[in-house]
Structure formats: C-alpha cells, structure tokens
Design a protein around this ligand. Structure first.
Ligand SMILES: [Zn+2]
Length: 228
C-alpha cells in the first residue's frame, strides 16, 4: 500500500481505510497517538480521498496541535513508574533499578531495557493484585497476558484468561489494582450489570475515582514511546 502524506510542513502521514459500510469520506484524528485516518467508501479513489484531506488540512493540523506531545522514554525523560515520577538516568550496571525518584538504566539499551523492566514490574504487580482478588472471590484465573492495547486496559475471557495493558504500571498503583479487581470480577459476572459493579465494590471498595482517573488521564499513558 502506498504511503500518503498531507502536503506542507511537517508532512502528516495519512492512513486510508476502505469500508463497505462507509457512505462518504470521513476523517478522524486519534486523541491517543495523533494518527489521521480517512475512511472511504469502496468506490472512492485514493486521489479523491487525498484531495478531501488537503481541503481539511487546517482542521487536521489544528487538531494535531492539541495532541499531547510524545515523550521519548530515554535518558533524561521523566516517567511515572509505578505512578511516581522518576527521572531516567544512566546506570553503571547492566540492569535496571528503581530508586525513590529515579530509574537507573544501562545507557546503551535504555529504551529497550526500560520497557522490559516496566513489563516485568507490571506483571508482578498485576499478578499480585489478581491473586489477591481471585482469592477473595474464590475463583481461579487461567493466565495473565500483557499487551500494549489502546482500546482497553484489561479483559477477561470465558476461559478465565486475563489480559492487561502493561502501561498500567505508569498509572497510580490504586488504578492498576482497580483494573485487576474489575477483570477478576468478570470471572463471576461476564457483563457490566449492576451485580457486576456491586461485586467490584465488594472486592475493591469505592472505585469511582480510579475509573474517572483512567477516563481522564489514561490516554496520556500512551504518549511514552520506547522505540527511538
Ligand atoms: Zn469490564
């Protein structure tokens, strides 16, 4: 597939998507990563779609200007590891270590090492929380999988497999624990009925502030980039 860009500076990458259900060209700027997607009816040509995007160029650029900036998770950056802001500094050692307000990483592999460390820490914290809530519920889960999902923070399958976004380790610890309790509660209630929410309350306590935090701030956890 050809690469398309909006003309002008800086060039803006455009993703073209054809949909059998689309009746007209529509345009979307993702609030998570600033990706610009044009959805087109099948019979619309690339050229028509690009002309449409050029027409809307001012609108696209003004939307992009409001995006949270991408933060490169490298030496010198500040990251909310385990919910606490910590400065990323070079370590003389070959492993990552966490201090009160710093995270020490091997300089040569900073981003890769940091991401691996965060995934492991996320797994530890989530496994601990899930074990705790599953124990209280008297249910077992089959496994925990970590992904870098944008559409959801966690899920629970019919087979009892739990999935979480590893970026929850960048949220406050109570938010991570709320998501764990939420998914564990789905082991009993596979829905979002009043019975489900009352179970979440039994397991976790009052969860509204954590839910609100995710809704208001969750998108910001995606602004950290670990690949250069
Ligand atoms: Zn749910």
């Amino acid at each position: 597939m050809a690469d398309h860009h909006l003309s002008g500076k800086p060039p803006v990458p455009l993703t073209l998507r054809r949909s059998a259900r689309a009746r007209r060209i529509s345009l979307r700027v993702s609030s998570l990563d600033g990706r610009v997607t044009l959805t087109l009816p099948k019979q619309v040509s690339d050229r028509e779609a690009l002309a449409f995007a050029e027409e809307k160029s001012d609108w696209i650029r003004s939307h992009l200007a409001r995006q949270p900036e991408v933060i490169c998770a490298d030496l010198g950056a500040t990251l909310p590891v385990d919910g606490t802001n910590r400065l990323v500094v070079a370590s003389p050692l070959r492993r990552v270590s966490l201090e009160a307000d710093r995270v020490l990483v091997p300089a040569a592999t900073a981003q890769r090492s940091l991401q691996r460390f965060l995934r492991e820490l996320a797994r530890d914290r989530l496994a601990e929380a899930c074990d705790h809530y599953a124990g209280r519920l008297g249910r077992n889960y089959s496994r925990i999988t970590l992904r870098d999902t944008r559409s959801r923070w966690g899920s629970c399958s019919w087979e009892g497999a739990l999935m979480f976004s590893w970026r929850l380790i960048l949220a406050p610890p109570d938010v991570l624990r709320y998501v764990a309790a939420h998914e564990v509660a789905h082991l009993t209630e596979m829905n979002h009925s009043p019975a489900f929410w009352s179970l979440v309350r039994d397991l976790y306590g009052s969860y509204e502030p954590q839910r609100r935090w995710l809704r208001d701030n969750g998108g910001l956890l995606h602004r950290y980039s670990f690949d250069g």
